[in-house]
Design a protein. Sequence first.
Length: 202
Amino acid sequence: MKKKILTILLIAAMGLMAASCGKKAGGSTGGSSNDASTSASTQKEYSPGSHDGSLYTNEFFGISMTLGDFIPYTDEQIKQLAEQSGATSSTTYDFVAVSSDNSANVNVVSEKLTKLAAMNDAEEILKSQAGLVEKQLATYNASVSMTEVKFCGKTHPAMLVAADGFTEVMVCLKQGDYAGYITATASDQAGAQAVLDMFTAL
């Protein structure tokens, strides 16, 4: 029963964070784009990721995840989650999965950035959302801070959310005028990092 309640909390919090991404990043300013962004003339056309039940692959952002004991959401479940979280039209839930023991979950959300937000690098995009995420998760006594984590063999800036009953780590990948948010949620930071460690670069 305790794990079931934790799972509900994790999914609710995950949805709020994803919704925050779509609402705030468009108003961000400053920063330079020194990551995976490309010029408009050479930018890849966006395409969502896919999974076959055992492997999730997103060629646009260059990542994959071997699912192991994670159970992916169906398209209908993802649609319901997006509706419940209030995701904007520029935000797309690409992938959601929960561990078979209900102790962790992961989601990949993509967002079409405004021209202003697209000038920022991944770290600035995450920083621009921290206040809104903290406000949205206030009922969980959440604190939001910036940190660095290992993801796909590289060190990335990340948003760390520490709250009553769960911890979330969000990594942002930027490709042209799209941002990809990978959020791992577990009972503590080590558990969230273990989920991120399941991803590899293509």
